[in-house]
Design a protein around this ligand. Structure first.
Ligand SMILES: Nc1ncnc2c1ncn2[C@@H]1O[C@H](COP(=O)(O)OP(=O)(O)OP(=O)(O)O)[C@@H](O)[C@H]1O
Length: 344
């Protein structure tokens, strides 16, 4: 994947290792919404990074700014060494972008769609045939290469979109919620494709609300909330920031699986009376409480006795290590989306 790279000729040596370099970026929409407020991030060539955040946090606005579809009001962005303001064309030629909604031409066949993308990106004629066949193979659409895209399922259209976004072998790809609307099989195929691209050296920047999908593949994560970066680091570093263990208490009372307030209030008071536990370490859940603290597992017995003395009906408890989902909750105050199949 080394041919057809005009960007090699003009960028400077020092910029070569940073695929994405954004500093103090602000984006405000015409109606005054400040969607991105002073965001800075740097991504090295070859990294796979996840950009996570709750609904409306500013993920799509950021990615659209990085791919030159929106202009930052303030701050600087360079992609592959090119400035998005002064050199948007060079930026576009050196990236692949897959938007949330697949943008394929329903009237054209899969093969024609990919060929059309080759035209747009100026892929040399002699290479087009092979490249189209190979890409359709990679995204699992070789068997339906001559079927009109209008007849494809959402998942097939999305995979075709992925192929068209990558015909020019860009060194950086931006994927905005790549698996939304895909069934589990299509999702696995798409992730396999993304993983192979990254293994081959392509820098991958992906947004998702589905935290658990990023874990197996992302070298680093950026978490955004309300237009601001609230944390970044490797998944392991972020998880270690939560610290300690998490004890989940299920508190009965109403008979329908939900904790009732008088019991919950007594439970909270009892937990906060334990030495070394303060209110910032407890969170309410629909079924009861969680307590996050170093060594809380060793104190579970002591806690259960105290709760029993306080007449709190504990119907279940569980002890576990923090996950990325806990990081997300502690930083954004929002529980991340569950995967589609988990929500059904
Ligand atoms: N065209 C627009 N005009 C005005 N406000 C907008 C526009 N697009 C997005 N916003 C607002 O900007 C903020 C950030 O939106 P954005 O779509 O970037 O968030 P997101 O993290 O991608 O959310 P989601 O996960 O729901 O796609 C939100 O408050 C949103 O309502």
């Amino acid at each position: 994947m080394t041919d057809n790279k005009p960007y090699e000729t003009t960028r400077s040596h020092s910029e070569r290792s940073l695929a994405i370099d954004a500093t103090d970026v602000h984006v405000t929409y015409d109606d005054g919404t400040e969607a991105v407020r002073g965001l800075s991030l740097a991504v090295e060539a070859g990294e796979c990074v996840g950009f996570l955040g709750p609904n409306g946090a500013g993920k799509t606005t950021t990615i659209r700014t990085l791919v030159t579809l929106l202009y930052p009001m303030d701050g600087t962005v360079s992609i592959n060494g090119y400035d998005v303001r002064s050199d948007p064309r060079a930026v576009r030629e050196s990236i692949g972008y897959m938007a949330q909604e697949a943008s394929v031409d329903a009237e054209l066949t899969a093969r024609e769609n990919v060929r059309f993308a080759c035209d747009i990106y100026g892929v040399p004629r002699a290479e087009r045939g092979d490249r189209v066949d190979r890409l359709l193979e990679v995204v699992g659409l070789a068997d339906v290469a001559d079927t009109r895209a209008g007849r494809f399922s959402g998942g097939m259209a999305k995979r075709l979109d992925a192929a068209t976004a990558l015909v020019h072998h860009p060194p950086v790809v931006f994927l905005d919620e790549p698996t939304v609307g895909l069934d589990p099989a299509a999702r696995t195929q798409l992730w396999n494709y993304v993983d192979r691209l990254n293994e081959a050296g392509t820098t991958v920047f992906l947004t998702t609300q589905y935290v658990e999908q990023t874990l197996p593949r992302c070298d680093r994560l950026f978490i955004i909330d309300d237009g601001r970066l609230v944390a970044s680091g490797t998944p392991e570093t972020l998880i270690s920031r939560v610290g300690g263990e998490i004890l989940t208490l299920e508190i009965g009372g109403s008979g329908d699986g939900f904790a009732v307030e008088p019991h919950l209030e007594r439970a909270r008071r009892t937990v906060h009376e334990l030495d070394g536990i303060d209110p910032s370490q407890t969170d309410s859940t629909p079924e009861g409480l969680t307590v996050t603290a170093e060594g809380i597992g060793d104190r579970a017995h002591e806690l259960l006795i105290a709760l029993s003395k306080a007449d709190v009906p504990v119907t279940g408890f569980d002890l576990r290590s923090p996950t990325l989902e806990d990081v997300f909750v502690s930083l954004t105050g929002t529980r991340p989306e569950r995967r589609e199949e988990e929500r059904r």
